[in-house]
Write a protein that binds this ligand. Structure first.
Ligand code: NAD
Length: 265
């Protein structure tokens, strides 16, 4: 159906440009009839995000938000309350770590970067979930973005892997906190996609190739595919699903070792 989110209103954090995973999800939600409040991290990103938002068909809001700045989060939620009164969904697609520590060994992570990574990539989701729950209609949905590096050791992912493990645990606790109101909380574990954030990860091109050659579908996923899976998790199609980490990764997470027959195909 094209009207899976007809009349629904949602907050989307994490669009930096047209390659952002948040943008893939926002497009799918907008096409399904939702109105969306977008945030952008700061003025340098506004010139990229504004034309994207203006090109969408539905009515949308656009406001700045840095998740490390409580005042900016206060302002976002005050605006949502004032303008819309209530919301139906949240998409959290925000993460950050010092790129000098997204290469080499995990054990060299500094105290300062550990704290910053956890604050932006983990706590922000809990903070936003609490704030959003105060204006969310019963039966609403929240999603965040994670990666397989939470479950298994991936080269260079380091402190971000530790952060994603904590983020996935947060999804389960938040799902339990909010389930009584029918509010569902899930994560999408996306396969590697070439985005601004991913370009900070060491040997990212090699990781993309590895996934392409070794995943069951023998290719990488796109932001449109993640977007459509996001639409499922935000809509009533997934009404019985909460606390889940849903892999949209061409099946890579199930591979122990490839059959040599399929390698030479
Ligand atoms: P992206 O660079 O397009 O998006 C990352 C976003 O985080 C940007 O919009 C940036 O402005 C925002 N951000 C960072 N620090 C912030 C702060 N302090 N306040 C507000 N916003 C802040 O890259 P992306 O790959 O689309 O990343 C989105 C999410 O997807 C991240 O959580 C990332 O870890 C996750 N993810 C990405 C991949 C991949 O391969 N690209 C795979 C799995 C999961």
């Amino acid at each position: 159906s094209t009207a899976l989110l007809a009349g629904k209103k949602g907050l989307v954090l994490g669009v930096a440009n047209d390659r952002s995973i948040a943008w893939g999800i926002a497009k799918a939600a907008s096409d399904a009839g939702a109105s969306i409040a977008f945030t952008y991290q700061g003025d340098p990103l506004l010139k990229r995000v504004k034309p994207l938002v203006e090109g969408l068909s539905e009515r949308h809001l656009l406001m700045p938000c840095d998740v490390t700045d409580e005042a900016s989060l206060d302002a976002v939620f005050a605006t949502l309350k004032e303008t819309w009164g209530t919301i139906d969904f949240v998409v959290h697609a925000v993460a950050f770590s010092d790129k000098d520590q997204l290469k080499g060994h995990y054990m060299h992570t500094t105290r300062e970067n550990f704290q910053q990574t956890m604050l932006i990539s983990v706590f922000s989701f809990t903070d936003i979930a609490r704030r959003a729950s105060e204006i969310m209609n019963d039966g609403g949905a929240m999603i965040t973005l994670t990666y397989y590096g939470a479950e298994r050791v991936m080269p260079h992912y380091n402190v971000m892997g530790v952060a994603k493990a904590a983020l996935e645990a947060s999804v389960r606790y938040l799902a339990a906190d909010l389930g009584g109101r029918g509010i569902r909380v899930n994560a999408i574990s996306a396969g590697p996609i070439k985005t601004l954030a991913a370009s900070g990860i060491g040997d990212f091109r090699y990781i993309l190739k590895w996934n392409e050659y070794n995943s069951p579908l023998r290719r990488n996923v796109t932001i449109d595919e993640v977007g459509n899976s996001g639409l499922y998790l935000l809509s009533d199609l997934s009404r019985g699903v909460t606390g889940e980490v849903h892999h949209v990764d061409s099946g890579y997470h199930l591979v122990g070792m490839l059959n040599m027959d399929s390698v030479s195909e």
